[in-house]
Design a protein around this ligand. Structure first.
Ligand code: ADP
Ligand code: MG
Length: 764
């Protein structure tokens, strides 16, 4: 990859990323988003629960402080996110601390809850336990003991639910903590009254529910702990990329190389990489010679030879020799840093489905609280006696079972794992939406030169017209083509050099995009290009028709050269097909897609190549402007379309397609216009990206189904609608278990994407 393709990651609007603390469930997401969008100058804001980050896009100069204050006013903590290595180390450390804290809280909670559970539930399950308690310590002592232990649970490890949930409730913005706090708090207070002021309660309702309060707190802590641990694993891809970045570098100061923290390296510094060391930043080799393993950046498995003048990329591994290199790009400007930023940005983006999820969850928590109040009232009025007990227990069960945290995690966790998996294989999604669009793709259209083929054509044939000399013709052609960037031009220049044709001076040069070039060489006008170019000049290429057809059928591209208005020669160049192309196309067919090729090349040549590769539809002799038109036509015919290309002239088609895929051997402009970037030129990345997109979207659907179906289906059960018919009630303990399970299920399901079977050899 070219380290200077600075356009790859440029965002469309100026945007910043905020780290937001204190968001515990899906309903917080909408709240923070609304607060941010209300800030003047903010164009758009998108909050991600899994990354705990907000992406804020500004129309005017960024007023970061105003955005941070808005988030704080909504009840959360915010700070600007950095994405350098140090920031990631800090984040990893914070996650570790959080995970350790939760673990400690969980263990304490568990130890305190267990005796409460045994004292109370044990008596329900085993009559002997009940008798034993009554006969030994007595019911009253048992209740007081439970009171002490449960109080410790709630003021100790369970304090977090009240500290966060109660203020949120009073702000009129209840969240998941509010539900737990109200649920566990109600069970606790009722039990306190039953224990110490039994007279306050009506006859027959004097029971304690300490175990419910304690078990709810413990189970939710367990869910949180598992969640934090799973979340850590969803960002493995980023961590792995971060791990490629050395923390220190050997930098020349005076006459010595000294080891400095990476942050102190500036552009222009001369650095040393010893054998086996990672290069620290992007640069140009000053001296030394070595092979460098660039697999992590380009996916290219073979180490690449570097010598004075070669470009090198930070994060790649120097193999055999020592290299000194001058830093050209440092910090956030390096290729690696920009790849990391691109992955983070895409992982934090939202799919169209998410908008619906967010709208629903905004109203979910308030709706649940209302449902709990209704449950309470209905049981008080129509319930069997003891009505108060039933009302309380069922209302608590409703509050606990309906916690919507699984909903908030359903989409972002799958996106993170899916995209992370892609990143490990050199497949980078630049926009999250591309995942959903890719999954819906019906037809994949490829550019030919440089995409299906190596883009390194070579001259294979040269047929002269009567009266021309090979070395003279070749010399004229090479002189003109020396000014062209086209791969065909390189082939012709190369051939002239190999045959030691004389070097001539060019007086004028002009490229006719998509058809040919012309120039003036030592007073003679030279025109080179496709048959249609010759025709447009009023020349008749038919004397060569037979040879041209034969060469075209062999997959070679016929080119014509005219000198001073007379047809002088027909040449043929052949561009080898990449060894991996056939397999990639077969894999796409296996996934049920149509495959098309759009090229400016000769029709016969294109058809020959199409036949060889089993391409369904070959569109040839298209001018660069015409590619967009062909993209639209194919889309109308087959449905959603992905376009795969590498060149500057592909950018409009990449942008016009539903999904634009740039293959990484290409240019900056192509990557800029693309939605998905394949770092290596191996087209197998296309079926892999497609299969990955489909699997991720399917995974999200499963998650959403579970999160929604589960939460909503269990609310009526918790409210007790089955009781009149089946006599079934859901205990708050079971509700807490069910709630914790749904989050764990969603995370576990998302993590399955890491083990997903992908269509072809992924190289990783
Ligand atoms: P592609 O779509 O395969 O990238 P282009 O649109 O770049 O192809 O070019 C289309 C055709 O125009 C080529 O196949 C060739 O016949 C002709 N052509 C373009 N540039 C040149 C050139 N510099 N020299 C000779 N022929 C050219
Ligand atoms: Mg091309």
């Amino acid at each position: 990859m070219n380290p200077n393709n600075s356009g790859v990651l440029a965002p469309t609007h100026p945007s910043i990323s905020l780290e937001v603390d204190g968001m515990t469930c899906a309903s917080c997401v909408g709240r923070v988003e609304r607060a941010l969008k209300a800030v003047p100058g903010v164009e758009d804001a998108s909050v991600n629960l899994a990354t705990q980050k907000a992406e804020v896009q500004f129309t005017q100069a960024a007023n970061i402080d105003a955005a941070i204050q808005a988030v704080q006013k909504a009840g959360y903590e915010a700070r600007q996110a950095r994405s350098d290595a140090a920031a990631h180390d800090e984040l990893a450390q914070r996650q570790q601390v959080e995970s350790d804290e939760l673990k400690r809280a969980l263990i304490i909670s568990l130890v305190l809850t267990l005796p409460v559970f045994v004292l109370e539930m044990g008596s329900h399950f085993f009559a002997p336990v009940h008798h034993f308690i009554v006969n030994s310590i007595g019911l009253e002592v048992s209740w007081r003991l439970q009171f002490v232990l449960t109080t410790l649970v709630l003021v100790g490890p369970g304090r977090r639910f009240f500290r966060l949930g109660i203020p949120a409730l009073f702000r009129g913005a209840p969240d998941m903590n509010s539900l737990v706090a109200v649920g566990a708090g109600a069970a606790y207070l009722y039990s306190v009254v039953a224990t110490f002021m039994p007279g306050w309660l009506p006859e027959g309702t004097v029971h304690v529910y300490f175990e419910a309060a304690a078990v709810i707190a413990t189970l939710i802590l367990l869910g949180r702990y598992l969640e934090v641990r799973a979340k850590g694993r969803t960002s493995e891809a980023i961590k792995r990329l971060m791990g490629l970045q050395p923390r220190t570098a050997r930098v020349q100061r005076d006459d010595d190389f000294i080891e400095l923290p990476i942050a102190q390296v500036v552009a222009g510094d001369v650095l040393l990489a010893r054998p086996g060391e990672r290069l620290a930043v992007d640069g140009v080799v000053v001296s030394g010679e070595s092979f460098v393993d660039e697999a992590m950046i380009s996916g290219e498995p073979e180490p690449i030879r570097k010598q004075a003048g070669s470009a090198v990329v930070g994060g790649t591994v120097n193999q055999s020799g020592s290299l000194t290199y001058r830093a050209t790009e440092v910090g956030a400007e390096t290729v690696l840093a920009r790849i990391i930023a691109m992955v983070e940005h895409a992982q934090a983006s939202k799919l169209p489905i998410q908008a619906m999820v967010d709208r629903i969850t905004m109203w979910f928590v308030p709706a649940v609280i209302i449902a709990a109040i209704i449950t309470c009232i209905v049981w008080l009025i129509w319930g069997p006696s003891p009505a108060l007990t039933f009302a309380l227990v069922n209302a608590v069960a409703v509050l606990i079972v309906a916690c919507p945290c699984a909903m908030g995690l359903a989409t972002p966790t799958s996106i993170m794992v899916g995209m992370g998996r892609g990143a490990q294989m050199g497949i980078f999604f630049r926009r999250g939406e591309a995942l959903q669009q890719f999954a819906e793709t019906r037809v994949v259209a490829f550019d030919k030169t440089g995409t299906l083929t190596l883009g390194k054509p070579a001259l294979t044939d040269l047929v002269l017209a009567e009266g021309w000399q090979r070395s003279d013709v070749l010399a004229c052609i090479a002189a003109v083509e020396g000014h062209s960037e086209h791969p065909i031009a390189h082939a012709l220049v190369e051939a002239a050099r190999a045959e030691s044709a004389p070097v001539l001076r060019v007086e004028q040069f002009q490229a006719e995009s998509g058809s040919g070039v012309w120039g003036v060489v030592e007073g003679r006008r030279i025109e080179i290009g496709a048959d249609r170019y010759m025709v447009s000049l009023g020349l008749d290429p038919s004397p060569f028709a037979d040879v041209a057809e034969k060469l075209g059928d062999e997959g070679k591209t016929p080119i014509y050269a005219a000198i001073d208005g007379r047809l002088a020669a027909m040449l043929a160049v052949s561009d080898p097909i990449k060894p991996t192309t056939a397999k990639a196309i077969a894999a796409l067919h296996e996934l049920g897609l149509k495959v098309a090729m759009i090229t400016g090349d000769n029709r016969r040549t294109a058809q020959a190549i199409g036949r060889k590769l089993g391409i369904d539809e070959v569109v040839a002799e298209v001018l660069p402007e015409g590619k967009v038109h062909e993209v639209d036509r194919l889309r109308n015919q087959y449905g959603a379309l992905a376009f795969v290309g590498d060149g500057i002239n592909d950018a409009p088609a990449l942008a016009a397609a539903d999904v634009g895929v740039a293959v990484g051997t290409g240019t900056d402009v192509a990557m800029e216009a693309a939605d998905v970037v394949l770092m290596s030129g191996d087209l197998n990345g296309v079926p892999i990206a497609l299969a990955l997109s489909r699997a991720t979207i399917k995974n999200i659907r499963q998650n959403l189904f579970w999160a929604f179906a589960y939460n909503t289906a269990l609310i009526p059960v918790a409210a007790g609608v089955l009781y009149p018919f089946l006599g079934v009630l859901m205990s708050p303990i079971f509700a807490a278990g069910a709630m914790a399970l749904s989050s764990v299920f969603v995370l576990g399901n998302a993590l399955r994407l890491r083990k997903l079977q992908l269509p072809v050899g992924s190289g990783v």
